[in-house]
Design a protein around this ligand. Structure first.
Ligand code: SAH
Length: 201
């Protein structure tokens, strides 16, 4: 059995989110895929919190439900955990409360059908809603895979959107592994800053 390296984009994202997430949080997996992020979110915020997971693929819905059942979250499905077969551009229809963490994986599903990719228009629409619904102190994580055709367009649209965000309101981290890949996936971590000033010591 091969042992996976510790330095992986998904691990870096989860390590940072681990510091933020708590039992009781309201969280969203914007690109469910095989459900790995949905499972991670369930492990962090249940039993008191709520998880919403979105994907346009039927397979994502099936695979994620199965993964959650295997990890004993069956009783939470349809209650605190909602797997939704719809585009993340339609968040407004499902999310009534404000959100602590949104997770995105943009591009294709690694190991899946590379022809089903996220689309710049719905991605940006979705991010606009996410940045409004995000609580102060909340985080949006994004990993962008852009080596496929159309990927660069989405990457550029995303950069343009992130540049447009107020630096007074959002703190944005960017990271990648430039020496391991011709199209190194890019990580963005976007934190909505708290408006109230902390008392200075
Ligand atoms: N987080 C997943 C990986 C997701 S990859 C995991 O851990 O396994 C990207 C996923 O985005 C694909 O499954 C694709 O079907 C989905 N996707 C593409 N366009 C979408 C859209 N508009 N709304 C929601 N999901 C979308």
């Amino acid at each position: 059995m091969s042992v996976k390296p510790i330095i992986q984009n998904t691990n870096i994202v989860k390590t940072l989110l681990d510091r933020k997430l708590q039992n009781g949080d309201i969280v969203v997996d914007a690109t469910m895929g095989n459900g790995n992020d949905t499972l991670f979110l369930c492990q962090k915020v249940l039993p008191l919190g709520k998880v919403y997971a979105f994907d346009i693929q039927e397979d994502a819905f099936i695979n994620t439900t199965k993964l959650l059942q295997e990890h004993n979250f069956t009783l939470h499905l349809g209650k605190q955990v909602h797997c939704i077969k719809d585009s993340h551009a339609n968040f407004e229809q499902y999310l009534s409360e404000s959100v602590d963490v949104f997770m995105y994986n943009l591009g294709y599903l690694p190991g899946g059908d590379h022809s089903i990719i996220t689309d710049p228009k719905s991605t940006i629409e979705s991010l606009k809603i996410a940045s409004k619904k995000l609580k102060e102190g909340g985080i949006i994580s994004i990993i962008v895979y852009y080596g496929h055709s159309g990927g660069e367009i989405e990457k550029r649209a995303l950069e343009k959107y992130l540049e447009s965000l107020s630096s007074q309101q959002f703190k944005i981290f960017q990271g990648m592994m430039p020496f391991n890949n011709h199209f190194p996936p890019i990580i963005y971590m976007i934190e909505k800053l708290r408006r109230k000033k902390q008392p200075t010591r």
